[in-house]
Design a protein around this ligand. Sequence first.
Ligand SMILES: [Mn+2]
Length: 304
Amino acid sequence: MSVAIRLIGAPTDVGAGSRGASMGPEALRVAGLREALQALGLRVDDQGNLAGPANPWQPPLDGYRHLPEVVAWNRAVFMAVRDALDAATLPVLLGGDHSLAVGSIGAVAAHCRARGRKLRVLWLDAHADFNTSAITPTGNLHGMPVACLCGHGPQELLALSGTVPAIAPHCLRQIGIRSVDAGEKRLVHGVGLDVFDMRTIDELGMRQVMDMALAGLDDETHLHVSFDVDFLDPDIAPGVATTVRGGPSYREAQLCMEMIADTGLLGSLDVMELNPAYDVRNRTAELAVDLIESLFGKATLMRA
Ligand SMILES: [Mn+2]
């Protein structure tokens, strides 16, 4: 793989229910993300951080918290990811809260539409992120990006990608899910999302789950990974605000990343919700870097 990687920092927590994900990009840099990827022989360009509005820390308005701020940040993310893809680089979005996936995946989807490429999105997360203003308990937009991408959400966010919905639900595979609100569950079933929850991983094992999640890819497929760090078990990854016990272990997470790398199709990546305010000596950022290395093809074991 000779394509250059472009790191894009999005230091904000306007979509989250706790402060601190705004420090995520810098924590990943301190943990040596760029150097780790360069050591694999990859070209890496860190374009620095995007700018956007401060977090006003207000209660919800009409079911959404900080909607204008979330829209502004998502516009910036959309343009940066679009520009990276137009420049034939591989964008890696350093979040930031997960609401920014609307802009990131919106740009990837627009890129694929313009070039007639297929899209597969792997959503690695403890949560389905399929809330809407009608059912959200909090109004936090980081719980809504998948719904927005599938056409359910505020018009300002739905319109970002140029087409509504930005992605067809059948493009998406959710992996690691273990916390879904009741109303959210109905919506997820209603749109027919492909969800590999933790029980499925327990019963079938990560290998079979990944075989299923990656089935049907071909050389014309753009593979996007949206990695919410709360996907991981909190015992190994305490540095997120929304921990849910019972996530993938270190080896399960490594296998997940390695199997994605084996496809050779990774085209874009989000690394989201890393929250240094909850972390212990930056170990979650270091773990994220370790897993990202595997995602880009570092063989952990003795396999050639
Ligand atoms: Mn998420």
